[in-house]
Design a protein around this ligand. Sequence first.
Ligand SMILES: NC(=O)c1ccc[n+]([C@@H]2O[C@H](COP(=O)([O-])OP(=O)(O)OC[C@H]3O[C@@H](n4cnc5c(N)ncnc54)[C@H](OP(=O)(O)O)[C@@H]3O)[C@@H](O)[C@H]2O)c1
Length: 250
Amino acid sequence: MQPLHNKVAIVTGGSRGIGAATAILLAKAGADIVINYYSSEKDALNVLAEVEALGRKGKIIQADVRNTEDVKKLVNQSFSEFGKIGILINNANIHFAFKSFMEMNWEEFSYKLNNEMSAAFHLCQEVVPHMEKQGEGKIVLISSGLSRTPSQGFIAHGTAKAAVSTFAKYLAQELGPKNIITNVISPGLVITDATKDQPSESHEMLRSLTPLQRLAKPEDVAGAILGLVADWNKHINGAYIPVNGGMDMS
Ligand SMILES: NC(=O)c1ccc[n+]([C@@H]2O[C@H](COP(=O)([O-])OP(=O)(O)OC[C@H]3O[C@@H](n4cnc5c(N)ncnc54)[C@H](OP(=O)(O)O)[C@@H]3O)[C@@H](O)[C@H]2O)c1
């Protein structure tokens, strides 16, 4: 039996990077997939084709997860299409200003905080009633190692991701009695469109400091996500799981 047999998963930011790899792996594990995208319709259609080639159903839905009405539309359309929602992967990569604290203004800083948390808050509030009705659900929120270990220029990103990590613990506590399991996956550097143009010297430095001696691929993160949402996970709840090859074990 496949670990996600008969399950429906929404993956936000499913058109590229970690979200695309996750959509495909969850489909391989037996789930039908809602592939949310913002602007990359062609990439979303490619992911859909891969999901369908695996014999699963898929649907691409355009929605800006920063926008509350779009989030409602995303969840409503997912439910109309599949009649249930058992898994949410809150992954979409919200833009942030890459600046030091003294160069940044409040608008830039709060833009990332507000949008990152608005997406997580509203998506979870929309899916939880569906999970409650089914008597089970799995939520994974994507954080970042930068939420615990600072790096120059990432103050808005790291602070917003720290909020996501703490938010997840509150959900795990409140929703646990309803058999809804919430966890955080916290990647280190993963080579995606978001990071591929960073200086190669800094990538090489991180690689050499990583016990596994390589940087993560999106599929590495997808594997960790599958481990948390699969039927076999019955008791990991409120966890913060780093995916960094052992680069940071704090
Ligand atoms: N890459 C890393 O090193 C790394 C490390 C730690 C954590 N993370 C986290 O992992 C997650 C995925 O990152 P990634 O590197 O895979 O990103 P990516 O390759 O840049 O892909 C970003 C994805 O997010 C979608 N997206 C962006 N803004 C959106 C919006 N407003 N509404 C809906 N979808 C939106 C994009 O959709 P379109 O293409 O359709 O616009 C795309 O599918 C993010 O939460 C990121 O912070 C990444």
